[in-house]
Design a protein around this ligand. Structure first.
Ligand code: URA
Length: 328
């Protein structure tokens, strides 16, 4: 089904599909500027409605946002988009998704920060199909589907990363049992070793989960590792350059030595891969076996002060940033 709609004859929306790759590639994540550097988004030509008229005296465009009569609601092929006249107004969709109040959504639209199906929309009152339109604010996807669930779990040590366990061992399925019983079909995004604690994402959004787990999207994951031994200078450089493991080389994206105390060291490291036991194997290989391992971040989502065993619903910003991180 078509995803964008408008009242009356379709005008043009800005083609935003070739804005230097994607919004994710732009510093600050704001919408691409067209018409040369320094141009303010609001100075761009707005998305005009078919029923708009130029007020000759003021020189301004007057918009007619009234809902079309039923007989006008046939799909109309526009320039690269199909319009459905009986869709839902964009600012209402944004408000319903919790992005902003309706007034706030109108301001976002006016500032050129909202795009629908790859095109920046400057017009107020554009009608879209919320079931199919891909809406982004500042380049980050807005999730409209209310059946989608996105949760952060602080997996406690000793719990298995499975939804059920044949041997009756504690597993994360026990921690989300109520949600599963109430009909939510959640699955975990990747795994942590039973002995590893920390952040694990759960969702019923298959496409997002698939991409977050796929090595080609290179989602960074950060760990705090307490290791046996006093780490000296030079380990960070060695780990950044890469270490050969049984199943191939591995390198960290970033490394920090946080503390050295009584024969132990506390390290923070970030990697963008998820091979089994990779952090433990890496640190054992350089002579510092792991005593305790906690995952603190997955891409833009941080564990923060979340208690072990607790679940937290991700906020809109976090979900949008996850989508953006994997090119959705
Ligand atoms: N690396 C490990 O060694 N264990 C985990 O659980 C995750 C990454």
């Amino acid at each position: 089904m078509a995803s964008a709609s408008r009242d009356g004859t379709p005008g043009r929306r800005r083609d935003n599909s070739n804005r230097g790759g994607s919004a994710a590639g732009r510093k600050g994540g704001g919408p691409a500027k067209r018409g040369g550097p320094g141009q303010h988004p609001s100075s761009r030509k707005p998305h005009r409605k078919g029923t708009s008229r130029v007020d000759v005296e003021s020189g301004k465009i007057r918009l007619n946002n009234s809902k079309p009569a039923r007989h006008q609601s046939a799909d109309v092929e526009g320039d690269g988009a199909t319009y459905v006249a009986d869709g839902m107004r964009l600012q209402k969709v944004l408000a319903a998704a919790g992005v902003a109040s309706r007034r706030g959504a109108e301001e976002l639209i006016a500032a050129g920060r909202v795009e629908v199906d790859g095109e920046i929309v400057l017009e107020q009152g554009l009608r879209i199909d919320p079931d199919t339109a891909i809406i982004k604010v500042d380049g980050a996807r807005v999730v409209i589907d209310e059946t989608k669930q996105y949760l952060a779990l602080n997996k406690p040590k000793g719990w298995h990363s499975t939804m059920s366990d044949d041997h009756g061992r504690p597993c994360i399925g026990d921690l989300v049992a109520e949600r599963v019983m109430s009909g939510q079909r959640l699955f975990h995004v990747g795994r942590l070793d039973a002995d590893t604690e920390g952040l694990l994402l759960l969702t019923n959004d298959g496409e997002l989960a698939h991409r977050l787990m796929h090595p080609s999207y290179e989602v960074p994951k950060t760990y705090l590792a307490t290791v046996r031994g006093e780490v000296g200078r030079g380990l960070g450089r060695q780990l950044r350059q890469g270490i050969e493991l049984d199943d191939g080389p591995v390198a960290v994206d970033s490394f920090a030595l946080l503390e050295v105390y009584q024969g132990e060291s506390l390290l923070r490291l970030t990697l963008h891969e998820g091979r089994k036991h990779v952090v433990r194997r890496l640190l054992a290989e350089v002579g510092f076996p792991v005593i305790r391992l906690v995952r603190t971040d997955i891409g833009p989502v941080a564990l923060g002060k979340q208690r072990p065993g607790s679940l937290r619903v991700l906020d809109k910003k976090e979900i949008g940033a996850l989508y953006k991180g994997v090119g959705l």
